[in-house]
Write a protein of this length. Structure first.
Length: 260
């Protein structure tokens, strides 16, 4: 895999992925989206990876949106393809079998906010600013923003942000339930790594089943959701990790999970 715009480091089962286009505030151009799709396809099946931390290079921006300069000559059918491509890549991230933590280090605007919303957990620096300013360009969010934001914060708050284009500072993003934690900017990566280290100590298949159970049950009725949960709960009983986890508890020792 040839990655020009993403830096990847895998250490102790944690993959740190840095979006590396600082001169454009890490705006997502077509090449970057292609690289991201290829990378997540490979991380998804990499048994050496148990958790992914995604961040932006530099101290100013996570991602300042889709690349506006690539949009000048697009017509309707090109825009449809562009939107589908971004949505497909973000869906890959959302459905990745490993948890993905967004370490939001600055601006998360437009496609950048949409990218963070596709991750499992958002941890924000106190300098982070979230927004969907597309209407100021005569566009609307096209990488899932109208759908995921409304599901997370409710339609009213989503409409307020999308209609006004205003930015949501980190503390308000926390109050609205977008970010799970806000920390000083120089503590952002250490905080994310601390959480990632806790995650990679757990049973990987159990995490993947829990992730699928939450995702598959989210938009259904409670009854259907409980059925989905029972299905995945039962599946954990087919794994060696479940035997190991339960036995280790009884034997008063730490479990050695193997991901099978
Ligand atoms: N696309 C392309 N280039 C971008 C960019 C973007 N989304 N955001 C910033 N840049 C570039 C700027 O053009 C500039 O490049 P040059 O030096 O070559 O001129 C460089 O990054 C630095 O940006 P600024 O000089 O503007 O930096 P600033 O500190 O004055 O402002 C900012 C920072 C408020 C984030 C401002 O850059 C900005 O408003 N960016 C655009 C944000 C935006 O509208 N995002 C939504 C994009 S549309 C979208 O994402 C659609 C979708 O849902 C799919």
């Amino acid at each position: 895999m040839n990655l020009n715009l993403l830096n990847v480091c895998i250490d102790e089962k944690i993959a740190t992925v840095e979006i590396n286009r600082p001169k454009a505030l890490n705006a997502l151009n077509s090449e970057l989206l292609t690289e991201m799709g290829e990378l997540f396809a490979s991380l998804n099946t990499n048994s050496e990876v148990g958790c992914i931390v995604l961040t932006g290079s530099g101290d100013k921006s996570f991602v300042a949106g889709a690349d506006i300069k690539e949009m000048t000559d697009l017509g309707e059918s090109d825009a449809l393809k562009m939107s589908k491509k971004g949505q497909d890549v973000f869906l890959q991230i959302e459905t990745c079998s490993k948890p993905v933590i967004a370490a939001v280090n600055g601006y998360a605007l437009g496609g950048g906010f949409e990218l963070a919303l596709a991750c499992d957990v958002i941890i924000a620096s106190d300098k982070a600013q979230f927004g969907l300013p597309e209407v100021s360009l005569g566009l609307i969010p096209g990488y899932g923003g109208t759908q995921r934001l409304a599901r997370i914060v409710g339609a009213q708050k989503a409409k307020r942000l999308i209609f006004s284009g205003e930015m949501l500072p980190a503390n308000l993003a926390y109050d609205w339930g977008v970010a799970t934690q806000v920390v000083a900017s120089d503590e952002l990566m250490a905080t994310c790594m601390k959480l990632a280290k806790k995650i990679v100590k757990q049973a990987p298949l159990a995490i993947s089943f829990a992730k699928q159970s939450i995702a598959n049950g989210y938009d259904t009725t409670l009854g259907e959701g409980l059925g989905i949960e029972s299905h995945f709960f039962a599946k954990t009983f087919t794994t060696n990790d479940k035997s190991e986890g339960v036995t280790a508890f009884i034997e008063k020792r730490k479990p050695q999970f193997k991901g099978n």
